[in-house]
Design a protein around this ligand. Sequence first.
Ligand code: CP
Length: 324
Amino acid sequence: MTPTPAALGKDLVGLQYLSADQLRTILDTAEPFKEISERRIKKVPVLRGKTIVNLFFEASTRTRISFEFAEKRLSADTVNIVAAGSSISKGETLVDTARNLEAMRIDMVVMRHPASGAAQFLADRIPSNVVNAGDGRHEHPTQGLLDLLTIRDRMGRVEGLKVCIVGDILHSRVARSNIYGLLTLGAEVAVCGPPTLMPPAVQELGVQVFTRVEEAIEWSDVLNVLRLQLERMEAGYVPSLREYNRIWGVSNARLEAAKKDLLVLHPGPMNRGVEIDSDVADGPRSVILDQVTNGVAVRMAVLYLLAGGQPERAEAAKQGGGDA
Ligand code: CP
């Protein structure tokens, strides 16, 4: 394979500093990888010989499992580490843990961590590629990418669309990655939620703010509904979950005022009956399970590109025509 400049740098820590070309390259690279998951034998030798550690300090279903599927479907060797079953629970530091993993000759670390900035901290200290699988309130870049891919699949474009992110913006790394990615690709972005769950000076990110969910719904082409992150709230952000649903919840009754083709996304896990009603989550506007399906292809694309794979070779690599 003729070496060309890497499409991504060493790490994927966030979407904030990726260019529109880099975002489009990841999404375009994910396209050919989608088909691998539809095969009877879901495996290609693209990452053969690579060793990837999935280091999860916080709970996860979708992200952890879809990274593992992406790695295994690309033939990487994978190891899963969760804090509770490792020496982290005995007080070992993040850097010591990573250095010990490096001593066993790994190639990449996929990490979820409760501290904002943990992914960059690790990326600056180890030579392996680091992929941020969610760090505190900072970013969740592969969630942002799979949301972009799902919107682009369904709407045919991202540029010019009106996308509103509704709910707990304050605690949400998904909101930040969505805002950065959507704005870079030319969407108009708004946020909507209780003032107590809105970051200070959120407008400075380049977004419009709606204070009423009804207004947000009427404005939007795409609604990305976020979970109330109860585990990150001490107390007092919302009067009660019932009240939250009554004022901010996305229900079919509220969607009667929406555009005919409005799409509803949710990154999961959902609090049904709180931020989203079941008749919306399971209804015809919902692309929530498409997001999950696209998550595997997006993560394959990210791993392939970080391993040095060339975007234009993804189709051939998928057919068994070479490693990354
Ligand atoms: N969307 C998301 O990050 O889900 P998990 O917490 O289950 O990984």
